[in-house]
Ligand binder design. Structure first.
Ligand code: 0A1
Ligand code: ZN
Length: 870
């Protein structure tokens, strides 16, 4: 069974729906084993398309019990129902359709549609989960008004929630009760949500700029009641920020967030009733790290921002996913930049883009931010659609400034409120509002791959002129037309040899052709150019310059992001040189410039601890591997470990002094404390890498004494890379202390899976057998398997292929439970062609083995077949 049976959907085949659904009234009789769903829909022909006789509705794993049109039950020959849906052969122009179906929430291990999690009911309907609840026109351009009546046992499910406002409730016989909800906003089925359970509410309030009082409710299991304050504060901050930045207000009287333990993704923006992976809600300093706190703030904001960019204005079809996701990621990035620090946020976002998205673009699954086709839509919730999509949205802001962007965004929302639109509509709104021609920008939506921009500068002393020539090139994709030049904004500035910025030299250059030259007049000394400030476009930048120039920029650039960037480039060049030496079997020697540069940063009192810590972090093994062909992960690891040890040795007293100076403080999650912990953790990490009794003792001591999770995790991270009795003791004590906190236990699995200790594979195999491990919980499965396969290059790529086989076996088992999570993990094999031939062949063999398993899901099949074809 290959593509033939799993049909491929193409963007060019979009056709408007034959029917429209004005209202959907749902009644749920909840029961974990068998829930009955009654749906009443007002359906009419779409007046703007050619009429057809019948009606076709989507459905997936539904058991049809009854179907009627205008109150008359259909005879068997009047319809067909199967696993794909329900087709009624003849329908009037406008009618009322009633269906009754049965579903089994407790057997729904795919976690799409209605399912149970820790004894509660919840839903996930994006992208195509609503059809697993009832027969429906389950496409985002069919928007309806919903009412939802929920009936359930009152003792087990005292809390019954759905979208919109609560309009009624009452008691039923046999200890059951009901609640009815009404959502005044038309919405597509993917935004439907229902929750039923024994939950407690952490309440807050918000008054909008125009004076509307909104109840904020965070619903969690009772043992988590003390971990909601940060999510609530994040929500309030996001609501205020969206009003202040874009003039966008919330539109219902209540905003609910529910935390569930079993969830395929991060969170979901259902209208008025967001459902969250508990990882992005629950936090208190003893159980969540500073990074967790930042993650929660950004995901809570992301889902909130969707209320406008996604819900009020939604996508016409799933090919337009980046319309809501790229835009909303951009909005949450801007929010976090304002909340945390613009430079730190930009560094985090760019690192994530390079690690996940650049790799995707360089592999067999490269696709444009607006894909042309898919087999399983769930496979297209990708770094490209989300992260690169956000970078493309950022280009508008770079071109028009924050005010121009705001004007464009408001114009887009005002023109399309209440409708389902396309990426072209967004681009047009931006163009109209700013009086610009954005025709060429469409190429960013249509072309896959990461463009490379080469920059060459020349200085003419006599004319006091500096000229910068930029040229762009792109990878030619198999079976694709040759790529056309993109419009690429490149922010630059010139520094004088003394290290100060040449006044007036900071500009945004607009590269629109294959090659263009730009000149800067009145430049009396040979300048050093800072190019690509703020990462103004999702490109690879190649600038021919020496290590000394990078060290100079690292010390003097006026742009904080670019200082970090120069440091990374410097470290990357040194590391790649050493990878070569390792492979040639030559002795290794560390470039003194790098030690110098690190020492300067470490001693620079003007840098905050977060920026310092990020600057002192070497590029990851994953990022280094991207620069190589025929990757040998052992050589990359050897080179990087050598540099870590050398930096630890050379700057030993600085690290120790830094650690001691930042050791004491409180667990409060405030900027000064977070900065303090970041630099302290970095210092500890280098010290532990020395593997000396004294530094191991330091980590052990911190591990034993820590009351906050950031310090605790930092100490464990250091220890878990070693093979020594202290490590075994820490592993045992971590488990004993946190075995009843699922999110903390996930960290225990994840950190062990990512360890660089020589025995990591044996540990991972043993952990898969651990009583606390289960493939049924996505967080747990990812904590062990995804962390190992995607985050532990030496462990996963061990030369004998045993880890490939182990992970592939786990994927096959997981696929029977949850295809969506399995297909994420199987993507770790995608890059097989980029590895040295022996490993490449072993990876490919596992892909072939998975592909030859007849029963695999279409999710996994789509990924492995594309990976094999390359
Ligand atoms: N729209 C959500 C992400 C999401 C997508 C798919 C899901 O299930 C397949 C769940 C959540 C967001 O961007 O936050
Ligand atoms: Zn989103």
């Amino acid at each position: 069974m290959s593509e033939g049976q799993n049909s491929r959907i193409h963007r060019k085949d979009y056709a408007a729906p034959q029917h429209l659904v004005d209202s959907v009234d749902l009644v749920f009789q909840l029961d974990p084993a068998e829930t009955v769903v009654h749906a009443t829909m007002r359906v009419r022909r779409n007046p703007s398309v050619e009429p057809t006789e019948g009606l076709a509705l989507h459905g997936d794993e539904l058991e049809l019990r009854a179907v009627s049109v205008d109150g008359i039950a259909l005879a068997e020959d009047e319809f067909e129902a199967d696993s794909e849906g329900l087709r009624i052969h003849r329908v009037p122009d406008a009618f009322e359709l009633r269906t009754e179906v049965a579903i089994s929430p407790e057997r729904n291990t795919k976690l799409m549609g209605l399912y149970t999690s820790s004894g509660a009911f919840c839903t996930q309907c994006e992208a195509e989960g609503f059809r697993r609840i009832t027969y429906a026109l389950d496409r985002p351009d069919v928007m309806s008004r919903y009412t939802t009546r929920i009936e359930a046992d009152k003792a087990n499910y005292p809390v019954l929630l759905s979208n919109g406002n609560r309009v009624g409730e009452g008691e039923l016989p046999d200890g059951r009760h009901w609640v009815k909800w009404e959502d005044p906003f038309r919405k597509p089925g993917y935004l439907f949500a229902l929750v039923a359970g024994d939950l407690v509410c952490h309440r807050g309030a918000f008054t909008t700029a125009s004076g509307r009082a909104v109840d904020l409710e965070i619903w969690v299991e009772s043992e988590n009641a003390d971990k909601c304050e940060h999510a609530l504060a994040s929500l309030q901050a996001a609501m205020r920020w969206d009003e202040e930045t874009y003039g966008l207000e919330y539109d219902l009287d209540v905003y609910m967030i529910v935390a569930v333990n079993d969830f395929n993704m991060g969170a979901m923006e259902n209208k008025g009733l967001n459902i969250f992976n508990s990882k992005f809600v629950l936090a208190k300093p003893s159980t969540a790290t500073d990074d967790d706190y930042e993650g929660i703030e950004s995901v809570v904001a992301h889902e909130y921002f969707h209320n406008w960019t996604g819900n009020r204005v939604t996508c016409r079809d799933w090919f337009q996913l980046t319309l809501k996701e790229g835009l909303t990621v951009f909005r949450d990035q801007e929010f976090s930049a304002d909340m945390i620090s613009p430079a730190v946020q930009r560094i985090k976002d760019v690192t994530r883009l390079r690690t996940a998205q650049f790799a995707e673009d360089a592999g067999p699954l490269a696709h444009p931010i607006r894909p042309e086709s898919y087999i399983e839509m769930n496979n297209f919730y990708t770094a490209t659609v989300y992260e690169k999509g956000a970078e493309v949205v950022r280009i508008y802001q770079t071109l028009f400034g924050k005010d121009g962007f705001r004007k464009g965004l408001r114009h887009y929302l005002e023109s399309h409120d209440g409708s389902a639109v396309t990426c072209d509509d967004f681009r047009e709104s931006m163009a109209e509002a700013n009086g610009a021609d954005l025709t060429q920008l469409e190429r960013w939506y249509a072309q896959a791959g990461t463009p490379t921009v080469r920059a060459r500068g020349t200085w003419d002393a006599e004319a006091s002129r500096y000229s910068l020539t930029l040229s762009q090139s792109q990878r030619v994709m198999p079976k694709q037309a040759a790529p056309l030049p993109l419009p690429i904004p490149v922010r630059v500035g010139l520094l004088s040899p003394g290290g100060s910025e040449i006044p007036g030299s900071a500009r945004t250059l607009e590269l629109t052709a294959e090659e263009q030259s730009f000149s800067f007049e009145g430049v009396g000394e040979r300048p050093i150019a800072s190019i690509g400030r703020g990462f103004s476009a999702p490109i690879r930048l190649e600038v021919e310059r020496g290590l000394d120039e990078l060290a100079f920029l690292m010390a003097h650039d006026t742009d904080a992001f670019s200082r970090w960037e120069s440091g990374q480039e410097l470290a990357k060049r040194v590391l790649l040189g050493l990878v070569n030496e390792v492979q040639a079997g030559r002795p290794l020697q560390l470039e003194p410039l790098l030690v110098d540069a690190f020492a300067k940063v470490l001693r620079d009192a003007s840098l905050d601890g977060s920026i310092k810590s990020l600057t002192l972090k070497l590029p990851s093994e994953e990022l280094l591997s991207q620069e190589l062909s025929a990757v040998d992960p052992d050589a990359v690891h050897a080179a990087r470990s050598f540099v870590v040890r050398e930096l630890a040795l050379a700057l030993r007293s600085d690290w120790r002094e830094t650690y001691d100076r930042h050791a004491a403080g409180s667990d409060a999650v405030t900027k000064p404390e977070v900065d303090r912990r970041r630099i302290k953790s970095r210092a500890l990490w280098y010290l532990v890498a020395l593997e000396e009794p004294e530094t191991i003792a330091l980590a052990t001591q911190q591990f034993g004494a820590a009351t906050g999770m950031t310090d605790y995790e930092a100490a464990f991270l250091g220890l878990v890379d070693l093979v020594c009795p202290e490590t075994d003791a820490a592993i045992a004590s971590f488990h004993a202390r946190w075995k009843n906190e699922p999110l903390v236990l996930d960290k225990w699995f994840r950190m062990q899976a990512m360890s660089s200790a020589s025995n990591v594979f044996d540990r991972v195999v043993a952990l898969a057998e651990h009583p606390d491990f289960t493939l049924a919980n996505p967080n747990r499965a990812r904590s062990l398997l995804y962390a190992f396969a995607a985050g532990n290059p030496v462990g996963f790529h061990r030369p004998d292929g045993a880890a490939y086989r182990f992970v592939a076996d786990q994927i096959l088992e997981l696929d029977r439970i949850n295809p969506q999570v399995a297909s994420r993990i199987v993507s770790s094999f995608n890059q097989w062609k980029r590895y040295e031939p022996r490993r490449g062949a072993l990876m490919r063999a596992e892909l072939e083995r998975i592909a030859s398993t007849l029963s695999i899901s279409k999710d996994v099949r789509e990924i492995v077949e594309r990976a094999i074809q390359g």
